[in-house]
Design a protein around this ligand. Structure first.
Ligand SMILES: [Mg+2]
Length: 261
């Protein structure tokens, strides 16, 4: 391995929970209004399974579309500059982004200290380092977290839109990260906390996929393509006293070819 491709929210920064809270509020308001209009019972968004299966790691519009589809709801797509009160896929996504930005402005961005240690160790070891995130706010979050100096390249939601890269679970954005760093996918390790993200790492034929389990879904991360699961990136540095990484067992190997070095 000569390169590391890090997801941002939930891997480097403690922003996955901020995203989750913004999604929960957005979807609950949407579902409550819809229940009032249709007379159907209000069934809230579940910040556990609904978030992990349908939303986490995916581009904003894909998250809206896939969660609503799970409830049998189809909205018109609209366009990315729809106002946040539009009842379109993009409008609902923009509502969530307004809440997210408010929260980031008031509470700031916290990093995971173990991830900063890992980034510094990777830098000292001469490994190439890029951040690969679906977030359209990638630049702002990296800057607010003070991580700019430790990362050489960034592929975020805006870059993906410009270059027409498909979002996770497709591998396009990670492949773009490897390309920018000038390495083969087989030489790069992917670090991901989302089920869609480890699936993208697996689909891209990357050398190693590290699942980062922040919410107690180690088995799901392994089933979606992680080679190993850790609770924190520091677990990869402190082999002595840390919780041991959970490796994939043969029975959990997902289908699909893979060149493990
Ligand atoms: Mg993430």
């Amino acid at each position: 391995m000569t390169a590391c491709l890090f997801d941002l929210d939930g891997v480097l920064t403690q922003t996955a929970r901020v995203h989750n809270a913004a999604w929960t509020k957005t979807f609950d308001e949407f579902l409550r209004q819809r229940a009032a209009a249709t007379g159907e019972p209000f069934q809230p968004f579940d910040p556990g399974p609904d978030y992990n299966r349908y939303v986490d790691g995916r581009p904003r519009a894909d998250g809206v579309r896939s969660f609503l589809a799970s409830r049998g709801i189809v909205l018109p797509e609209g366009s990315p500059d729809d106002p946040p009160d539009a009842d379109t896929v993009n409008g609902v996504g923009n509502r969530k982004n307004v809440l997210l930005l408010e929260q980031l402005r008031t509470a700031g961005v916290e990093v995971y200290p173990g991830s900063v240690r890992y980034l510094k160790a990777a830098t000292a070891a001469g490994l190439r380092r890029a951040v690969v995130t679906a977030s359209a706010n990638g630049r702002e979050v990296v800057a607010a977290a003070g991580l700019e100096a430790l990362l050489e390249a960034r592929v975020d939601g805006l870059v993906a839109r410009e270059q027409k890269l498909r979002g996770k679970p497709q591998p396009d954005t990670f492949l773009a990260g490897a390309r920018i760093l000038g390495v083969d996918p087989a030489q790069a390790a992917v670090f991901e906390d989302a089920l869609s993200g480890v699936a993208a790492g697996r689909a891209g034929g990357f050398g190693y996929v590290i699942g980062v389990d922040r919410v107690g879904q180690a088995d799901e991360l392994l089933a979606h393509g992680a080679d190993v699961v850790v609770k924190d990136l520091a677990d990869l540095l402190d082999a002595g006293d840390a919780a041991p990484p959970v490796p994939r067992t043969p029975g959990q190997a997902p289908t699909g070819e893979r060149g493990l070095a």
